[in-house]
Design a binder for this molecule. Structure first.
Ligand code: C5P
Length: 220
């Protein structure tokens, strides 16, 4: 069939975003960064003074913010109640709080519904990247990829992105977030049984992109 749904999951720093955007652009598909949506709802909670350590307080207002994702892979956008939050959601403050907010079932139910409706509306198909896309959000995806990489490779990449020289601190923060994401009760970070695992530790971004493009083309 003409449309193709691709789920790309994995821990932080494995190259999910760069790979997903490039694959979508190359194949003329839409692109959805689900981490950006969890960051956006976290930003809203922080901005509105919601106690991040109180899951019931988070649950009570989970339906309030309106989150809109633009799905053009060459210029993805994200707004909360009409405000462009693309930069605000990348701060260390939001990054350190997102795992707690995204563990709340009411938050996940809300964001998952949004993700499914965006995928259903994508005319040519879509690449959706996250942690639970293959397992929970789009279990019928045409192709599921699970990206992995050694902690060293991931910390080095993330430090490069953040222009941080403290690779050790970056490594610790990243492993802590992955541990939280993997151990939460509601749809944790996990590889779907039918996902193709790609270890990106010793591959260039270009090699990973080519690998995924080939896998998508086999499904079309
Ligand atoms: O991908 P990114 O690092 O921006 O994701 C930020 C956070 O959002 C993750 O650490 C995780 O807590 C949450 N997330 C999630 N489920 C997804 C995508 C992201 O829980 N599908």
């Amino acid at each position: 069939r003409a449309t193709v749904i691709v789920a790309i999951d994995g821990p932080s720093g494995t190259g999910k975003s760069s790979t997903s955007k490039a694959v979508a652009a190359q194949l003329g598909l839409s692109y959805l960064d689900t981490g950006a949506q969890y960051r956006a709802i976290t930003w809203w909670m922080v901005t509105n003074g919601i106690d991040i350590d109180d899951p019931s307080a988070i649950a009570a207002v989970a339906g309030k913010p309106e989150i809109i994702s633009g799905t053009d892979p060459s210029a993805p956008t994200i707004t909360v109640d009409g405000t462009d939050v693309a930069a605000a959601i990348r701060t260390q403050d939001v990054t350190s709080k997102v795992s707690a907010v995204s563990a709340v079932p009411e938050v996940r139910a809300r964001i998952t519904e949004l993700q499914r409706s965006i995928a259903a509306d994508a005319e040519n198909g879509i690449v959706v990247e996250g942690r639970d896309i293959g397992t929970t959000v789009l279990p019928d995806a045409d192709l599921k990829i699970f990206l992995t990489a050694s902690p060293e490779a991931r910390a080095a990449r993330r430090s490069g992105e953040l222009k941080s020289t403290d690779v050790q601190a970056t490594r610790e923060a990243l492993l802590k977030r992955d541990a939280a994401d993997s151990s939460r009760k509601t749809s944790p970070l996990a590889k779907a049984d039918d996902a193709v695992e790609v270890d990106t530790s010793d591959l260039t971004l270009q090699q990973v992109i080519e690998c995924v493009v080939t896998l998508v083309e086999e499904k079309r």
